[in-house]
Design a protein around this ligand. Structure first.
Ligand code: GDP
Length: 197
């Protein structure tokens, strides 16, 4: 599979608007501002790809991107943590996201993007627990690593790894930077593995 030719396919606000549930896909989640769009753009070498997901009106939707092989997708899940959304909108968000995560058979793995300086937020914990519960492989990208000195980044990674020891389905923890491309090869190889096996 090649990530270079990823293209926006469709936005879905609920499960029955998603593309047919066959093939293989990997979904990306992250708290708002964690760096999820930048990570997706770096992975797909497309400066604009995930901006699609930030277009007003699409920020709360599940956005599908097709890869070069038929029925292979990367999926951008709506970010969580907008300061101004109402309680109802949050409930709505959880419901539709929950449906997608629970029902989607072709989902092979989840990528959780977190800021290496603010790791393991409440949202992150929730997603990790959900993966454990559903036996879904998880890759964590500790992104914006370029914002720290290498020694600090290493220390932060050790701290995160320590807290993740107890989780069986956290398969990969990657020090990442969309800016410097650190961790990009590793991340792509995990995605390839998930999508092709
Ligand atoms: P999203 O809300 O999770 O999609 O976050 P964005 O990808 O839009 O990133 C939020 C902010 O962090 C933006 O200002 C990005 O330019 C910045 N950012 C994202 N990734 C990196 C990174 O790896 N390094 C640095 N230095 N900044 C980043």
């Amino acid at each position: 599979v090649s990530f270079n030719s990823a293209r926006f396919l469709i936005s879905a606000s609920k499960l029955d608007e998603c593309p047919p549930d066959y093939g293989a896909e990997v979904a990306f989640a992250g708290r708002s501002n964690a760096g999820k769009s930048s990570a997706l753009n770096a992975i797909t070498v497309n400066g604009k790809l995930a901006r699609t997901s930030k277009t007003p009106g699409r920020t709360r939707l599940i956005n599908f991107f097709s890869l070069n092989k038929e029925n292979m997708h990367l999926v951008d899940l709506p970010g969580y943590g907008y300061a101004k959304v109402s309680r109802d909108m949050k409930d709505d968000w959880q419901k539709h996201l929950g449906h997608y995560l629970n029902e989607r058979r072709c989902l092979r793995g989840l990528v959780l993007v977190m800021d290496i300086r603010h790791p393991l937020t409440e949202f992150d914990q929730m997603m990790i627990e959900w993966c454990e519960h559903n036996k879904l492989p998880l890759m964590i990208l500790a992104t914006k690593a370029d914002k720290l000195k290498f020694g600090q980044a290493k220390t932060a990674m050790l701290g995160i790894a320590n807290k993740l020891k107890k989780y069986e389905y956290v398969e990969h923890l990657v020090m990442f930077s969309a800016t410097s491309k650190l961790g990009l090869d590793e991340c792509r190889s995990v995605l390839t593995n998930w999508l092709e096996t």
